[in-house]
Design a protein around this ligand. Structure first.
Ligand SMILES: C[S@@+](CC[C@H](N)C(=O)[O-])C[C@H]1O[C@@H](n2cnc3c(N)ncnc32)[C@H](O)[C@@H]1O
Length: 256
């Protein structure tokens, strides 16, 4: 707790706004993407989606292929899953803004859970195709039911382990990837390695929970120093990496 507080204060002290950055790409991200508002209509529906889950007292049997929850057992109340692992409004808006601004056509989400992040990925660019992968059949099936109810049209729900899915994937390269699944550093690195065959120079990879544990934080630092990614951006809870090998390797800590 104290460590994360210290990290946050440090982040606040060093994070830059648009006037402190010289990279045109990052300036544009700050000025034309992060400062923009999410459409009221989408945001209202997003909040309603979250509220519905937060009030759901039913139980599901969870198969967790990842690090698992720090707090929950296998037989879980839907509302507890929603509260603990669902993307928050603040970061849901971040996902929406990124997808809305960069208009990726092919999107991948690793870790559907109840489909909260999926909602913003899908609605950020309704013309995209979103592939969302989840290892737990019961959780995915509830997410699918919710998305039918909310009439999301552009999502393919996949039930699979992440690495098997990526190894077998034969489609077009992903323009945008949201990784919010297995919170073990070595697993994240393995997923990034396999993912490397399915991204291009301008693909945006958004990583969630980069400070979830010491292990995740060390892994984030490794990823930042990885020569394959010439651009990395720290947004405190989430981080962005991109290949962009035509530019000098640069790391930014920016205000969000
Ligand atoms: C933090 S939750 C995802 C939250 C979701 N993105 C959202 O916005 O609400 C992580 C999910 O990843 C799934 N998961 C973890 N490791 C996995 C793996 N190796 N393969 C498939 N699914 C995995 C878990 O079952 C869990 O539902």
């Amino acid at each position: 707790m104290i460590k994360i507080l210290r990290e946050y204060i440090n982040y606040k002290l060093i994070a830059k706004g648009r006037h402190g950055v010289h990279s045109p790409f990052v300036y544009d991200l700050l000025d034309n993407c992060l400062r923009k508002k999410v459409s009221q209509n989408v945001f209202k529906r997003f909040l309603s989606y979250k509220t519905q889950l937060n009030q759901d007292d039913s139980f599901i049997e969870v198969t967790d292929l990842g690090a698992g929850s720090k707090k929950l057992s296998k037989h879980r109340k839907v509302k507890s899953i929603a509260k603990i692992s669902g993307t928050s409004s603040r970061y849901g808006q971040l996902i929406f803004k990124l997808v809305h601004h960069y208009k990726p056509e092919t999107i991948l989400e690793l870790g559907t859970s109840l489909g909260v992040g999926t909602f913003m990925l899908a609605h950020g660019n309704p013309n995209s195709k979103v592939f969302t992968v989840e290892g737990c059949p019961e959780t995915s099936s509830l997410a699918q039911k919710m998305h039918r109810e909310y009439q999301t049209k552009n999502v393919d729900f996949v039930i699979s382990d992440f690495v098997s899915y990526l190894r077998d994937y034969k489609g077009t390269n992903f323009d945008f990837v949201f990784i919010d699944g297995d919170h073990r550093g070595e697993k994240l690195l393995e997923q990034l390695d396999v993912l490397n065959n399915h991204i291009h120079e301008e693909s945006i990879i958004l990583l969630d929970d980069i400070r979830w544990s010491n292990d995740m934080q060390r892994t984030w630092e490794k990823v930042v120093s990885d020569k394959r990614y010439h651009l990395s951006i720290d947004l405190f809870k989430m981080g962005i990496i991109m290949r962009r090998s035509h530019q000098e390797k640069e790391h930014f800590v920016i205000k969000y």
